[in-house]
Ligand binder design. Sequence first.
Ligand SMILES: *[C@@H]1O[C@H](CO)[C@@H](O)[C@H](O)[C@H]1NC(C)=O
Ligand SMILES: *[C@@H]1O[C@H](CO)[C@@H](O)[C@H](O)[C@H]1NC(C)=O
Ligand SMILES: *[C@@H]1O[C@H](CO)[C@@H](O)[C@H](O)[C@H]1NC(C)=O
Ligand SMILES: *[C@@H]1O[C@H](CO)[C@@H](O)[C@H](O)[C@H]1NC(C)=O
Ligand SMILES: *[C@@H]1O[C@H](CO)[C@@H](O)[C@H](O)[C@H]1NC(C)=O
Ligand SMILES: *[C@@H]1O[C@H](CO)[C@@H](O)[C@H](O)[C@H]1NC(C)=O
Ligand SMILES: *[C@@H]1O[C@H](CO)[C@@H](O)[C@H](O)[C@H]1NC(C)=O
Ligand SMILES: *[C@@H]1O[C@H](CO)[C@@H](O)[C@H](O)[C@H]1NC(C)=O
Length: 907
Amino acid sequence: MFQSLGSSLLVSFLASCAVAAVQIPPLRTANKSPEIVPGGYVVELESTGNGATSADFYSNVTSSNIDLTPRMTLDHMLFNGLSFIVAPEHDNASTVEVIQSFSSVKKIWPLRLYTRPSAQVSTSFKPKEVTSASALNKRAPLERRASADVDDYIVHQMGGVDKLREQGYAGEGMFVAIVDTGVDYNHPSLGGGFGPGFKVAYGTDLVGDAYNGTNAPIPDDDPMDCIGHGTHVSGIVGANNDPLGFSGVVPNATLGMWKVFGCYDNVGNDVLIHAFNLAFEAGADVITCSVGGRNGWIEDPWDVAVERIQQAGTPCTIAAGNDGANGAFDSSGAADSIGAISVGSVDSVDTPLAAARGNFILEGSESPFGYLPASLPNGSSSDFGTLSAPLYALEFDTTVIDDGCSALPSTTPDLSGYVVLIRRGTCTFDIKLTNVAAYGATKVLLYNNVDSAIIYPTITVTTVDTAMVTMDQGAAWISSLAAGLNVTIEMLPLADTGVYALQIPNTITGGTMSVFSSWSPTNEMQIKPEVSAPGGNILSTYPISQGSYQVLSGTSMATPYIAGVVALLKQINPSLTPAEITNRLGTTATPLQYNDGGSTYGYLAPVIQQGGGLVNAFAAAHYGSLLNVSKLELNDTAHFTAKHSFTLTNTGSTPVTYTLTNDGAITAYTFFEDMVNIPIPQYFPVDLIEVPGTIRFVPSTEITVAPGAVQTIEAHFTRPQGIEDQRIPQWSGFISINGTNGESLNLPYAGASGNLADLPMFSGSWKVALYDNNFYTEVGENETFVLAGPNSSYVPDRMFEMTFVNAMGCKIVHVDIVPADAHGLPMVLGEQVLGQFPGFPEEYLVRQQGFPVIDVDVWWNGTMANGSYVPPGNYHFLVRALKLFGDPTNSSDYQAVKSVPFNIKYI
Ligand SMILES: *[C@@H]1O[C@H](CO)[C@@H](O)[C@H](O)[C@H]1NC(C)=O
Ligand SMILES: *[C@@H]1O[C@H](CO)[C@@H](O)[C@H](O)[C@H]1NC(C)=O
Ligand SMILES: *[C@@H]1O[C@H](CO)[C@@H](O)[C@H](O)[C@H]1NC(C)=O
Ligand SMILES: *[C@@H]1O[C@H](CO)[C@@H](O)[C@H](O)[C@H]1NC(C)=O
Ligand SMILES: *[C@@H]1O[C@H](CO)[C@@H](O)[C@H](O)[C@H]1NC(C)=O
Ligand SMILES: *[C@@H]1O[C@H](CO)[C@@H](O)[C@H](O)[C@H]1NC(C)=O
Ligand SMILES: *[C@@H]1O[C@H](CO)[C@@H](O)[C@H](O)[C@H]1NC(C)=O
Ligand SMILES: *[C@@H]1O[C@H](CO)[C@@H](O)[C@H](O)[C@H]1NC(C)=O
């Protein structure tokens, strides 16, 4: 995948065109788009007649003398195919054509690599040697909940899961299949074992730990996690009531883990297709996968496989992607599959922090607290050892700004027997420690001066064991001390101390869309995600060897939450189809207000960011008012679908009157104002304009539906007026449908003004450029390059590479080599050309993917795609990129740009 312009390619490209009038900023996220494995292909075998077998395919291969190495057999009822790697000397367009022509072959695709959307990790305490979570309970047990069925976990309250838990639903009898990095099933909260009778009852390792996406998978039976991601995801689905105070959405469900990663980042789409089909065949009630890559096209075979599984009855939840920083048109595969329930991320209203655990004794009763030990100059952590000592505060004023910053008064007692409590602020930690050490102190707890996450304090005064606690904890202790009570602090050596989860309110972004959550639309104007769920700052299980717990952020964390909700919906109503589940999730969710990472605004976030909004599991399970759609896609101006019909069913036993209103979301401009020089979608946060579209409802805005009746409603949309259509404003909102039964549905809709087909792939300073390999300077007109030519051992002093960057996602790019004097040559899309540049035509490029698509320089040696050398002469490259919605066979649907002419000679 990509090729990413996020990293060195665009940077070098930019550096090289510093002469351009406007600098094009590089993409914000480093997440890659699916990279293609050299020579790798996935084939679907013909299913008509008796159908073809892999033996048929390989006999065709043998009779065509194609040298290839089989990789995977995909022998499934919904996808009968295989994957293989073609030997480098055979890896070209004509081999692909020959394979596509086999009677055994239905379709061939490139083998693409996906990755887990990179999760953001927050500060977590990792005990060095926790070998079992029982270490957590060495000291006072945590307060247990009154009953396992009462769910006071804040994350479950956000999504309405708590209310289903109160009704006694915990996923009993449901089977959730997870496709991820594996799971540490030995974690006590994940059942403590693997196989029949355990929580993780099914699954396997499809690839082996050495697999990195490119090498051959070597399966084994053990889906043990060697990364951590899959263990975190598994806990969000199904952890038992964990001593740290969280549980999975369906703690009583059975889990299956199809491990598709080794101990590295990448996985092939062949492995993903295999994993999804195995999970489907094993009878999963829902398949969930927090894997993807920047994409925006729905044609990848993994997308196709997901759509078939959904149609065959099994819902699939897939992470929307973590590329929100890039702005619109950056959706992820296979979340963008028509059949996938794509899941966006909402920040948790509380930010948990996995801290080290201490205890304090107040009036004879013992309670836990969390702390982060100081980092010492040698890289180790401050370790209090086994400690029991009274707490001493320098100051009872919890607003003092410079606590401990000056020498202490001479009335200060000997502090050597105490744990000294000092407020953070004004001077360095070292100054505070030096001042208390002067009175014998060897143990210090610093308490925070802001109500936000605590840090690992960095100190050099190594004679004083030091740690930080929260502002609230410090203030609570001080009020006890001020009341004349004694507080005794008890601590254990770090290796034994266990973990304590702190909950710190997130007043900045809590309860709004995570800024990293990817924005749609797809390149064909499909809306994603379907729904969003808590995914920003989520505490969950982690491999025991890595500390047992971790706080992670990502759509990876939101997705298993929705998988759990799907399991609850099916437990309550087993006959629901995937489409019905998607409709319920998308239309019962709560639309969220827009947040730019710093503030929340008084308008709704765009539907292309939030989908239906924050899931409401209770409403999705129990509402009697049902729609037969999950979203309305309005397309662009040229393809505007102004009229949409949908049905509203009242499954209740009394008539309900519904009021329909248009709840417009904020309109988001896709492009920068200077579209000519910066012809790319804006990065987050994008320019917004508060002009919504309007809707006329037929038959009316107030509709009474009899019990059991189905009412058809027409929504006639009008685009927002008076805004800059050429910047492709993405307008959207919700049809709010409020019933007299107290139920409130919100049907999301989104469209764009302007014509995507008119958008250039190259404009302003965006062009095809040639750069030489000496100083990476741009090549001028008619410069001469002396290349090695066939069978020559000459090493040229000067070569060049061809580069371009496509502004928008592009279905196909042709790069043809055209001589100055072209006559009698074959016609390609209406132009006489000598041949294609190696590696072209290239299909399904993501936004700003460009060429070269790998982070290496590709110096041109004079060969064409068919391997032959161009004769000496004068040439230019003709790059033709298909515009959005274009017909690949129609030359006028391409934007054509030429490189400068150049001369080629050989030695
Ligand atoms: C491929 O194999 C099938 C089945 O063995 C055979 O009928 C067909 O003629 C072979 N050749 C090609 C080029 O498809
Ligand atoms: C969940 O499973 C536990 C252990 O089997 C059982 O005691 C409890 O009743 C179950 N809870 C629900 C809501 O099914
Ligand atoms: C994957 O592993 C193979 C075999 O060890 C190695 O040759 C290849 O370079 C690795 N690929 C990546 C992308 O790390
Ligand atoms: C606090 O501890 C001191 C020293 O051990 C003791 O003298 C005092 O009585 C204690 N106060 C309370 C309120 O327990
Ligand atoms: C928008 O219109 C184009 C061109 O007809 C079509 O290919 C695309 O599928 C449409 N998108 C949606 C979401 O309907
Ligand atoms: C519909 O109901 C929701 C939730 O009760 C409420 O916030 C909203 O204002 C209502 N809309 C109208 C138009 O009454
Ligand atoms: C470059 O060379 C071509 C072919 O010889 C010629 O037609 C063209 O005029 C030249 N351009 C310049 C700027 O010299
Ligand atoms: C020339 O470039 C092509 C395409 O990049 C490559 O396949 C080929 O091996 C190169 N030839 C030589 C002699 O390096």
